[in-house]
Design a binder for this molecule. Structure first.
Ligand code: ZN
Ligand code: ZN
Length: 372
């Protein structure tokens, strides 16, 4: 089996290292992927900065979860993708970065996003054993038997694909989870990669207003090009009370039907809950680093807010997301969500650049990618 250049995070908060790691024997039903591009997502930055003081006996892992590749080799018995379309070596594919087990209480109910066994082994075990190259910042990735994989439509350019398996699928499932209705007003807190996708999906799903909130004018501009009808710049409306008042102004005093948080700061949740109308929905996606906030429980109960946390997505979301990109490719510049590209060997430079960009540096939106 081939060996591949692999980025290794030995300890969160430390510079990333480069190693050459083996790839596993391909079991029947498995697929070895040759990675072609991997994006740097906000959650990779959380880990890289060590925002949560992550600790454990063996923290070594291959980072990178927003990525794509081509089929390098198919295990015995694999002849199609998960929609039974013929699959061969060299085909471009998209796949989730987590592996629902298909044999547990949640999976049999179709709740694959909540399968407790869906995490990749490298988050719990050493990288020195199967399946080795187990992340997106690497030349190879192994899809275990039974794992979902979808052919990428020919109509889509390569650069549109890396953020599909995290950012795009995550917010598509988020708006699905919110049971968005035709004519709903949607607020999206954050206009990075996830926020821009969310704006486009909400607009395409019949939202009557899509209100994007961010602190970077070029991101808000991108959100507007991708379906946002209104924007709130937090540098202009500096306090949560002013921003909540603006949302109320735009909704005849009611608040939004759906508010989605993709910022990753707990204060955004406290603020976002105040933007929801009575009996509306708040979908919390970005707050993956534990942060404590305090507010009266009545904020949720009296206003009857359906506060829904969501992490990961169900398998059908991915082909729906790819099809969405095809259908809207001439309407929204979503493939331009990727802004800069670095070779794998310059991973530390790429992370520093993404960090600088995330803090408002430069003028481009919104995702940096690494190319193995
Ligand atoms: Zn991500
Ligand atoms: Zn399961």
């Amino acid at each position: 089996m081939p060996k591949g250049l692999t980025v290794v995070l030995n300890q969160p908060g430390q510079p990333l290292a480069l190693e050459t790691l083996p790839t596993p024997e391909i079991e029947p039903g498995g697929i070895l992927i040759k990675n072609t591009a991997a994006a740097i997502c906000g959650s990779d930055l959380h880990y890289w900065r060590n925002d949560n003081n992550y600790a454990g006996p063996d923290m070594r892992k291959v980072p990178g979860h927003e990525f794509t590749g081509v089929v390098h080799s198919l295990g015995k018995g694999v002849t199609t993708d998960s929609l039974r379309r013929p699959l061969k070596e060299g085909d471009r594919v998209a796949f989730p970065f987590f592996n629902p087990c298909n044999r547990c209480y949640w999976c049999v109910r179709g709740e694959h996003h909540a399968c407790p066994h869906r995490y990749r082994r490298s988050q719990q075990f050493s990288l020195n054993e199967y399946p080795y190259c187990d992340g997106g910042y690497a030349e190879y990735y192994f899809l275990p038997p039974g794992h979902y994989v979808f052919k990428v439509p020919d109509a889509l350019p390569d650069e549109a694909i890396p953020p599909v398996n995290c950012a795009l699928c995550q917010v598509l499932h988020g708006l699905e989870y919110a049971e968005l209705k035709f004519g709903d007003v949607v607020v999206i807190q954050g206009a990075g990669g996830l926020g821009v996708y969310a704006a486009a999906i909400a607009a395409s799903s019949g939202a009557s207003k899509v209100i994007s909130i961010d602190g970077q004018p070029h991101r808000l501009e991108m959100a507007k090009r991708c379906g946002a009808t209104d924007t709130i710049d937090i540098n202009e409306l500096k306090t949560p009370a002013e921003r909540v008042a603006r949302v109320k102004d735009l909704t005849d005093g009611r608040g939004a039907d759906v508010v989605m948080e993709v910022v990753g700061i707990a204060a955004a949740t406290v603020e976002g809950l105040d933007m929801v109308r009575f009996n509306g929905k708040f979908v919390d996606i970005g707050n993956i680093v534990p942060q404590t906030v305090t507010f009266p429980a009545t904020k949720v109960i009296t206003n009857q807010i359906q506060w829904r946390g969501l992490m990961h997505y169900n398998p059908w979301i991915m082909p729906a997301a790819l099809d969405f990109l095809v259908r809207t490719k001439d309407r929204y510049p979503l493939s331009k969500v990727v802004s800069h590209s670095f070779p794998l060997s310059e991973v530390n430079k790429a992370f520093e650049f993404a960090e600088w960009q995330g803090k408002g540096g430069g003028t481009a939106a919104t995702r940096v990618i690494l190319k193995p």
